[in-house]
Design a protein around this ligand. Sequence first.
Ligand code: FAD
Length: 391
Amino acid sequence: VLPEINPDFYELSDKLTPEQRALQLKVRYFMETEVAPIVNDYWLRDEFPHELIPKFGELGLAGVTYEGYGCPGLPFLMEGVLAMEMARIDSSIATFFGVQSGLTMGSIYLCGSEEQKQEWLPAMNRFEKIGAFGLTEPEVGSGAAGGLTVTCQQTADGWVLNGQKKWIGNATFADVVVVWARNLGDGEVKGFLVRKENPGFEVEKIKGKMALRIVQNGLITLKDCVVEEKDRLPNANSFKDTADVLRMTRAGVAWMAVGCARGAYENALDYTRNRKQFGKPIASFQLIQNHLVEMISNLTAMQTLVFRLSELQDNGQLKDEHASLAKVFCTLRTRDIVRGAREVMGGNGILLEHNVARFVADAEAIYSYEGTKEINTLIVGRAITGYSAFV
Ligand code: FAD
């Protein structure tokens, strides 16, 4: 009898309480039964499965770590574990959830007024309202800290926003987009809740992506877009406040990379135990075992790292460089693992139906968003040397 496939080689799940473990398994079951059967088809068609939205609402997990407003108030460790479970089946769906729960609800939770929290957080927890997070611009990606070109200007009735935002996940069907813009008055970055019905707000779907094809990314154009003062985030007064949101969510991206790697590894190991060549399962060949052991070694290192990362976050000790190091390490190793998984599957490794090809493509986007390898490396470099090498 062959041993059970276990990607948790050091039994890190033992660190979870019985309730946390039960929630992990509940989300795993949801992803395996509701999401896994439909994702390849949607991925191929470059479309979002809208029928899943109410089902995510029933789970009631969005805003994982926030207290009150109908949110679960769980530890950051569980936010990570849930991101991992989602990405294990599909990184696009994990990204959709992360944009809603982390980036958008997180911006409102950290920077919003009491009225804004009351209006949006419970409805977003139930997925009755969908959110997006608009930071990146066509000409400004890595350099967002000093370079935003989308402007806001105060008027007698509120604010007027102008410019474009690119790559904005969920934007094509979001009810609200958190838009970060530079104030023509004091030059500082401010945050706004731009509603889809606001005059001067337009979204165009970004087509032709070769990764995370289920995520609907938009190019947003703001043309004299009018936003009321009540929709300005009152506690977003400089890019430091934007960075606080990103620090919180970057840890989740590291966990998502672990999930993506886990999914690819499990599928590849299963395949190699069943595929026969030269009359024997290919898993019995030394060179194939070498690939598999490399994968589980990297995966074990990544999992150990993110468990400690979340512990730091739960203890209130998380620094930018902690999140950046984990994001770089995990997304780099994930790229290696998904490629290894594809390799041991031979030709079938490039077929969507064998559930590894999608992971290979999606790992490329996870590698680049929420800070590229270079930018996160420079954050760690600055922390350990004391010198900033950004410009
Ligand atoms: P650039 O900044 O143009 O970088 C190009 C290359 O230059 C990279 O390798 C980079 O590391 C390197 N580089 C840049 N500066 C330096 C430097 N100082 N030193 C060394 N190397 C450097 N953004 C949002 O706001 N909201 C979203 O919902 C969102 N979702 C996304 C989803 C997907 C699928 C993707 C691909 C992106 C998404 N993004 C989103 C944008 C993402 O965060 C940016 O793509 C990322 O920050 C990199 O910016 P860029 O693509 O403009 O690359």
